[in-house]
Structures are given as C-alpha cells and as structure tokens.
Design a protein around this ligand. Structure first.
Ligand code: HSE
Length: 438
C-alpha cells in the first residue's frame, strides 16, 4: 500500500521515522509492504529526496496523487485540514488523522462522506496519544453498555499539575518545558483551558455511548486558576487535583464535562503523573478497566497513527473495501439521549473560602450550607499568612457532600455575599467514581 503523509511536524516526523525504522516488521505483520511515496511539508529536508519520496509543499498534491492509497493528515487545525480530508475522501483515499479538533468538531460530516465513498477515516492517535483507547472502546468492550468513563486526556495539563504539586514549580516555566518537549498544542491555551481535553472527551463519549459528536455541549474548565495552595490543601485531605474528562449516562441524560477534579489519592489514576494519560472505563460486564500510557509526544502518537495504517492495510489486503468497525463504534447511533447542562449534574465540592478573621465566621458559612441541604464532610482552617494575613483573610477549606450543581451555585453566591467573606470562592468538583478503587 502506498502512503502519503501531510505534515512532518512532531507527529508527522515521528510517523515517518517509525514507518521507515519498522519497515520489515510491519511487512511481516501486514503481509505486504507499506511504502511512503509522497510527503507534503513546508520545510522539505533534502534527505527525503534520497529516499525516493516525492516531496511537495502543497498538501493537496498528496491527496491528488493517483498512486497514494492512504492520506495521513498530520497538519492539525481546521484550515486546510477539513478541506484536505474531504478532498482525499472524494478521491477515494483512506485517511488516517491525529487531528482531535477536526474529528470532534467536523467528525459527523467527515464520517458520513467516508461512508458514502466506502473509505475509512481512522483517528486512534487523536485521543490519548499511544494508548489504543478507541480500539478498546470500539472492539474490546463491544459487549458492554458503558456506564461512565473518566480520563486524564491532556498530557500538558497533567505535566503542569504534577510539577506544581511535586516540585512547586511555576506554571509558565513548566508550560514552556511542555512546549519544548513537543507535548503542548500550537496554541497552548487549548491545553490549559481544557479545549484539547474537550475535543478528546467528545470523541470518547461518542465511542462509549454511540451518540453523534457533541463537542459544543462539553462543559470545559481549565487549570489556570489552580494554585499550589489548593494542591497542598487537597493533599492534606487525602486527594490529588487532576484535570479530568468525565462522561456518564444518568437517568436524565449524558454528562459531558472537563474540569479540574479532586480524586482520592488511593485511586490508580490519582497516581498518573507527568505527561502520562489514563482512561478508566466502567462497562456493565467488564467492570472498571484502566488504560494508561503516554498521551503526547512524537513516538507514542506515531505508534497509534501507524497502527491505524496497519489496520487499513490488513483490510485492504483481504479486499474489504472499508473497515468493518463503524467509526463511532455503533452502526446505528442513538439520538434519544439529552446532553445535560453542567447545572444539572451532581457532585461533591472542594471550597476554598477567603474568610475574614472574625468570630463566628465558620458558624455563618456552615449555616448557609445547612440551609441548602449541603453537609460538610471535612474542614481545614489555617492560620492567616502572607498577603492574606495583611488583609485579615484566612482560607477556610471545606469538602461538601454530594449536591446538585445549581444548588451549590446559589449557596456559593450567598456565602460570597456574607460580610465575613472577602473575595470569590475557589470551587473544585470532587469525584468518587462510585466508590471504586479505579
Ligand atoms: N497537547 C496534547 C496533550 C497533545 O498535551 O495531551 C496530545 O494530544
């Protein structure tokens, strides 16, 4: 099979090298050669010419090349990636892409175009880098009704939170390192503000529940407001703060949310550190299963890109014109499930309340919580220190019982309105994962 690669950046370069370095072994796995015959890159390397590979600056040259069977889209973004992928499909090419934004936002259109044309659009590398989570959901867990899944699906955020917690390093300095290591998105706000994780969560939810891609409905909150103080208080309470994507089927609909979350230190995913990703999937038959591995980086992501290429080549060799596995895990997607607004979810909460150092402040705060039916599960009150001490502010940290988010919104507003409270409350959701040790 003949391959054309569009984009030789971090993932494109990794894919190119992996296909070359593993050539013999891949031939043994597939039963035929896989040849890179064309690449498109903005900065052509003269070494490419020696490999007898056609080199273009225009990615559309690859999609137009009648000898190319698989177009590998690794340019990222929407423009011109969407046009390129649709053009390649129209030309009867199979497509492999690592572009999570493209799949999350335009996947419904792309898969429909591919179905009509009888070609495959494969995207394992779009979610959690080197972890074969799409294959696990679509194939390995196909006998299950998935109840929920939760994952650390942005390596950059996990790297930043880990470094802040373990080494007390500054946020900007750690972000710069993540960029140098090739983990961060071209626009790193996608990592820090949770957009990248929201893209991946939308894709995971569709594969878990057989629903259309609903990126616009994902509630998204990033990590930029998390401080080392919150990480330390969470630690004292027996929790870690992780940036999670969570999706769950409830009686009222589907939860789709990405946000920092306190999770017990005893859970396996609380101990997933650095750039590593992990996804816990709760199936009704399988129980909880956990998938762990590198979520970013050239080689790990290339591993999934090449696995997709191998899948397509194997099917092609058997003269199956397209894959037998539907792109979103189900041949018939459901449209009877409502995506819940974040105000409708239930959660426990961590509250860091900047209280004035006055008599009776705790009593007032707990009275408000009682009025709204919110139990206090744990409290920490510290001596005032630093800038806060000068302003007479003491942090009161509370873990609450489970309550509907819209009720918590109102209670929080009332507490912030108290004379005894000096500024906005920092609130972080707490997740217990059905009490299981995931
Ligand atoms: N920026 C992404 C991350 C790359 O940090 O996880 C992998 O999708």
């Amino acid at each position: 099979m003949r391959i054309g690669i569009c984009g030789l950046g971090t993932v494109g370069g990794g894919t190119y090298h992996l296909l070359q370095a593993k050539r013999k072994e891949i031939t043994r796995r597939v039963g035929m050669d896989l040849d890179i015959i064309h690449v498109a890159t903005r900065n052509p390397d003269p070494a490419l010419k020696k490999d007898n590979i056609k080199v273009s600056k225009d990615v559309f040259d690859v999609a137009k090349n009648p000898d190319v069977d698989i177009v590998v889209e690794l340019i990222g973004g929407f423009d011109p990636a969407l046009e390129l992928v649709l053009y390649a499909i129209e030309n009867g090419k199979h497509v492999v892409t690592a572009n999570k934004a493209l799949i999350a936002v335009h996947g419904n259109t792309i898969f429909e175009a591919a179905r009509k044309k009888g070609v495959v659009v494969a995207y394992e590398s779009a979610v959690a880098g080197g972890i074969p989570i799409i294959k696990a959901l679509r194939e390995g867990l196909a006998a299950n009704s998935i109840q929920w899944l939760a994952g650390i699906i942005n390596g950059t955020s996990n790297f930043i939170l880990t470094e802040m917690g373990e080494r007390k390093r500054d946020f900007p300095e750690v972000l710069k390192e993540a960029q140098q290591l090739g983990y961060a998105e071209a626009d790193p706000t996608f990592d820090i503000e949770g957009i990248d994780a929201a893209h991946k969560l939308a894709i995971l939810a569709s594969n878990a529940f057989g629903i259309a891609l609903e990126f616009d409905r994902v509630f998204t909150e990033g990590i930029s407001h998390i401080t080392t103080a919150d990480i330390e208080y969470a630690d004292e309470l027996g929790y870690r703060i992780k940036h999670l994507g969570i999706t769950r089927i409830t009686e009222s609909g589907v939860e789709l949310r990405v946000h920092p979350t306190l999770i017990s230190q005893d859970t396996l995913i609380a101990n997933v550190n650095g750039v590593m990703n992990a996804v816990v999937v709760k199936g009704d038959s399988s129980g909880s299963t956990l998938y762990y591995g590198a979520g970013a980086g050239a080689e790990a992501t290339a591993s999934s890109v090449v696995a997709d290429i191998i899948d397509i080549a194997r099917a092609w060799r058997e003269e199956r014109s397209s894959s037998v596995v539907p792109p979103l895990a189900f041949n018939n997607l459901r449209n009877d499930l409502r995506i819940l607004d974040i105000s409708e979810i239930e959660s426990e909460y961590y509250l860091r309340i900047p209280a004035r150092d006055k008599v009776g402040v705790m009593a007032k705060i707990s009275q408000v919580l009682t009025n709204y039916g919110i139990n206090i599960e744990a409290v920490i009150q510290k001596e005032p220190h630093g800038e806060d001490a000068d302003k007479g502010i003491v942090p009161v940290v509370i873990l609450t019982s489970r309550i509907k988010e819209e009720v918590m919104d109102v209670a929080q507003g009332v507490i912030e309105g108290l004379d005894e409270v000096g500024a906005k409350i920092i609130r972080i959701r707490v997740e217990q994962f059905d009490g299981e040790n995931n």
